[in-house]
Structure formats: structure tokens, C-alpha cells
Design a protein around this ligand. Structure first.
Ligand SMILES: O=C(CO)[C@H](O)[C@H](O)COP(=O)(O)O
Ligand SMILES: [Fe+2]
Length: 227
């Protein structure tokens, strides 16, 4: 089980099930957990915040039922995160990340209400920010969330090309985090750039295609951890 308050010796690797085969999802998840994955990244898309749909609460519940001890990192790419926090927590999420962009135009301090709502469920809370969003836009949440998630692709689809400019934002923000908070990156990360992202200050790596699409998943996970 991942404890976000502890800095890991090596970056943690969380395969995104967006790149799994949904007809054999349980087998794919069992396989990557067996091959060294530290947890599973669950991408939730509403067709509104991002131009794609993915999965919903029943899949989360089935995964938790089959994998009672696994760590599930839920990434909400939705316009109204407040509607989905409790359902995903009830379905078995350990951690819930929402997007700062989803709070634009909402009432002042909406992000603090969301963080409070997530923590009230017993989950840890994360804030995500898209490639065009500055690190300064989320800096006021240092000390309030257990995880920062830098998107290194435009959210909505797996298998996209890594946007290297995001590394500058990670270098800017990561030294400001307390030891008890983690920095995650999501999108286009694999063995070829894992060393660069770790050097920039990331200690949790989401990898979809680079793990599920690898001929040797154990080797891919080990290579991402090793950088
Ligand atoms: O949030 C996401 C997309 O919005 C996914 O987690 C991400 O794209 C992972 O997939 P890959 O490693 O294939 O890029
Ligand atoms: Fe994601």
C-alpha cells in the first residue's frame, strides 16, 4: 500500500488502465501488480472536461472487490468533481485527484471545498494541472493536498507524445512541496524519459502504454523505476 506521506526510495510506478484490454481488465491489473506496479491509476473522463469517455464507478467497485489490497489512484477529468468524489470513494478509491481547471468559474475557494470533501471520505487528495496551466496556479495548495499531478499530455487520451516543457514546471514546484507530499506525472512517460522526470522532482509516475503495451511488462516497470 502506498503511503503518500513517505518519500519513496525510487519513483513509484502506477500503470494507467486506460491502456489495458478492457475485455480482460482483471487479468491485466493482476499481471502488472504481479510485475512490480506500486498501484493502479484509474482515469475518469466525462466527455465534457475532456473530449473522451472512459469508465465509471462500477469498474472501480469491481477492481476493489477483486484486489482488496491494491492501491487505486483515481484521476478525475470531469467538470463537476464534487459529484464523483463520494461515489468513487465508496467504490474503493484510495486517492482522488481533481483538476484545478475544473474549479475555474466556480465559487471562490471551490478547490478547498473539494479537498475537504475528498479528505472527509478518508481518501487522500491530489490536484492536477494541464500543460498550459502554470505551477503558480496550484502553488496555494501546497500543504493542503497530499499529491500534485503534472499532466505531461493534454488530458483525454492515452498514448500521446510527452510534452517536455512540463519539466520546467516540475522543477519550479517540486522544491516547494513538504517531504510529506508527492509529485506525480501523467502522460507519455516510459523508460526513455523516466530518468528526466525523476531528476526534475517527480516521485510517482503514471504509465499506460509504456507498461501495458510493453512486450515485457516487468522489464518496463523496472526500467521506469530505475530511470
Ligand atoms: O490521464 C491520462 C490521459 O488523460 C492517462 O493517465 C495518461 O494518458 C496515461 O497514458 P499514457 O502513459 O499512455 O500516456
Ligand atoms: Fe491519468
Amino acid at each position: 500500500m502506498i503511503d503518500l506521506s513517505q518519500k519513496p526510495a525510487q519513483p513509484l510506478v502506477l500503470p494507467s488502465i486506460l491502456a489495458a484490454d478492457f475485455t480482460t481488465l482483471g487479468e491485466d491489473v493482476a499481471d502488472v501488480l504481479d510485475k512490480g506496479a506500486d498501484g493502479i491509476h484509474v482515469d475518469i473522463m466525462d466527455g465534457h472536461f475532456v473530449p473522451n469517455l472512459s469508465i465509471g464507478v462500477p469498474i472501480m467497485a469491481s477492481l476493489r472487490k477483486r484486489f482488496p489490497d491494491a492501491y487505486f489512484d483515481v484521476h478525475l477529468m470531469v467538470t463537476n468533481p464534487e459529484l464523483f468524489v463520494q461515489p468513487f470513494a465508496d467504490a474503493g478509491a484510495d486517492h482522488i485527484t481533481f483538476h484545478i481547471e475544473a474549479t475555474a468559474g466556480r465559487k471562490e475557494n471551490h478547490e478547498f471545498d473539494l479537498i475537504k470533501q475528498i479528505k472527509a471520505t478518508g481518501c487522500t487528495a491530489g490536484i492536477s494541472f494541464n500543460p498550459p496551466t502554470t505551477a503558480a496556479s496550484v502553488q496555494h495548495l501546497v500543504g493542503h493536498v497530499e499529491m500534485f499531478l503534472a499532466m505531461s499530455v493534454h488530458p483525454g487520451f492515452g498514448g500521446q507524445k510527452f510534452i517536455p516543457e512540463v519539466l520546467d514546471k516540475i522543477r519550479e514546484l517540486s522544491p516547494k512541496l513538504p517531504d510529506t507530499a508527492r509529485f506525480e506525472i501523467d502522460g507519455g512517460v516510459g523508460p526513455v524519459n523516466a530518468g528526466d522526470v525523476a531528476a526534475a522532482g517527480v516521485d510517482m509516475i503514471v504509465a499506460g502504454s509504456a507498461v501495458f503495451g510493453a512486450p515485457d511488462r516487468a522489464a518496463a516497470i523496472a526500467a521506469i523505476k530505475a530511470g
